[in-house]
Design a protein around this ligand. Structure first.
Ligand code: HEC
Length: 473
């Protein structure tokens, strides 16, 4: 390990970086998956219009598609680009590794996206002049391409969570068809259909000039794509069963937030599925516009919670076993423990502290902590260490991965650790213009001892079965 890539660091103010990606990501996934499910629903409707002469389906098709095209093309494409742009700035190395491993697959995904745009736009522009067969064909190409781009990107994203096999970059296909590939693809496909169906239900209610019978006939047709939703609990179990044990532990009590988010995702999607099957399809309940949008909101919440869980259970990694969330590898951690982590960092500090040692602390924070913490905003460290005595700080930060097992191990020397502690103490005192370092040899010895005791192994590896253990050291 010699040439560590120091990337420039961006500061998003009070929001921590993970939150910025998460926010855009959840929204983008929602819109993009809706575009896929919507596509399949359009195929179904076009088929009915074509083969059964269903005039209502045709009418709906032509009204509904405007909304779909608008949302999926414009918002989906913009947020998609926005997300990768943000990800590259927050975690350039993660994206770099993904591109290294999967560049051809990624290129393939782009071709599918291109096909989706062309087919979708052609339909949008020329649907009025085409025969039913051609319309169906175009929609089929659109849907296959949209779902295909999900297929490809799903392999890359699920690889982050379960790279599969021995740690290390290796076979592309082994990585692509990793253990969570299939459950995640099925899960996302069902979510897509559900979002498409629910949005369609809302549009059906908003349509003007049709009778009540026509409305409920259309609503039932659109509800068909919601049926797979009822299998969600099973898919959830399948998904959870392929997770590594320590990731699974997060959602079974290991982390209150993760457990709650997981519970909400499962409960909300099961309720949705039950309502659709018993209420809409069986009891033929009338789904008002308000109900349909409410359900869509519920689905948005559930899918957001699902994404949060997917991102969350990966901690402390962005690519499991390969890259920690702060873009360090295990080799980096070990190397930096010996040689220090920030002396090669070429980027200037934004508001440099008054002494060189404090600036070292500032840099350590920027390199190792700032991806998940701010200083005094979201998940602010000032606040988290507010009541800690200096020795408590030394010990807890030296054994970061045991303090909270979703943090990576501390990756620096005893001196760097001290610099970080001093930096946080300096901030606690209100950032005075002058600062005399009172660190003693004993302090450094303690740091050293606690670092050795903590080892460089992540908590999940040193104690896989009980990740909570050691949390209160
Ligand atoms: C992978 C993301 C991540 C990284 C990297 C990370 N942390 Fe944390 N840290 C967290 C989370 C999440 C919590 C839990 C916050 C809570 O309990 O409210 C936490 C908790 C803490 C706490 C409170 C612990 C307690 O027991 O109350 C401190 C102090 C802390 N982190 C400091 C740091 C420092 C210093 C660094 C860098 C050397 C760092 N963290 C790196 C995610 C991270």
């Amino acid at each position: 390990m010699q040439d560590f890539p120091y990337y420039p660091v961006l500061d998003f103010g009070p929001a921590m970086k993970g939150m910025v990606i998460g926010g855009i990501g959840v929204f983008h996934v929602f819109v993009a998956q809706f575009a896929i499910g919507g596509g399949w629903l359009l195929c179904l409707l076009q088929w009915r219009a074509w083969k059964r002469g269903d005039a209502l389906a045709r009418r709906f098709l032509d009204s509904y598609f405007r909304v779909l095209v608008l949302i999926s093309f414009v918002v989906g494409a913009l947020t998609g680009v926005g997300m990768w742009l943000t990800s590259i700035q927050v975690s350039a190395r993660t994206i770099g590794m993904m591109v290294d491993e999967f560049h051809w697959i990624w290129a393939t995904e782009w071709l599918f996206f291109l096909a989706e745009v062309i087919a979708g736009y052609t339909f949008y522009r020329y649907a009025g002049r085409l025969t039913d067969g051609t319309r169906f064909l175009l929609l089929l190409v659109y849907s296959l391409a949209a779902w295909g781009s999900l297929f490809w990107i799903n392999g890359i994203l699920s690889w982050q969570l379960t790279p599969g096999g021995e740690p290390g970059l290796g076979s592309v296909w082994g990585g692509f068809f990793n253990p969570s590939f299939w459950p995640s693809l099925v899960y996302r496909s069902f979510v897509s259909l559900t979002l498409g169906g629910l949005a369609a239900l809302a549009v059906v209610q908003a349509m003007k000039g049709i009778t009540r019978e026509e409305r409920s006939h259309l609503a039932r047709t659109c509800s068909l794509v919601l049926v797979p939703m009822t299998l969600m609990p099973l898919v959830g179990i399948w998904y959870v069963s392929v997770l590594p044990e320590d990731s699974r532990a997060w959602i079974t009590g290991g982390s209150a937030l993760m457990t709650m988010a997981f519970g909400i995702a499962v409960a909300a999607s099961s309720l949705l599925g039950l309502y659709v099957v018993f209420g809409v399809l069986w009891k033929k309940l009338h789904v008002s516009f308000a109900t349909a949008t409410l359900l869509l909101g519920l689905a948005f919440g559930a899918s957001g919670a699902g994404e949060l869980v997917r991102e969350g259970v990966r901690k402390p990694y962005t690519i499991r076993d390969l890259l920690y969330s702060n873009s360090l590898t295990q080799d980096d951690v070990e190397h930096f423990r010996e040689h220090g982590s920030v002396q090669g960092d070429p980027w200037p500090l934004r508001d440099p502290a008054p002494t060189a040692s404090l600036q070292t602390g500032q840099r350590v924070f920027r390199l190792q902590c700032s991806v998940c913490h701010t200083l005094n905003g979201a998940n602010g460290v000032d606040h988290l260490v507010e009541t800690w005595r200096p020795d408590q700080m030394r010990m807890n930060l030296a054994s970061l991965q045991h303090t909270k097992s979703f943090m990576p191990p501390f990756a620096g020397t005893a001196t760097e650790l001290e610099a970080l502690v001093q930096f946080l103490l300096w901030r606690r005192r209100g950032e005075p213009g002058e600062w005399t370092d009172t660190t003693t040899h004993e302090d450094l010895d303690k740091n050293h001892r606690w670092l050795v005791e903590a080892t460089t192994a992540p908590q999940s590896h040193s104690d896989r079965s009980t990740p909570k253990h050691g949390g209160g050291r």
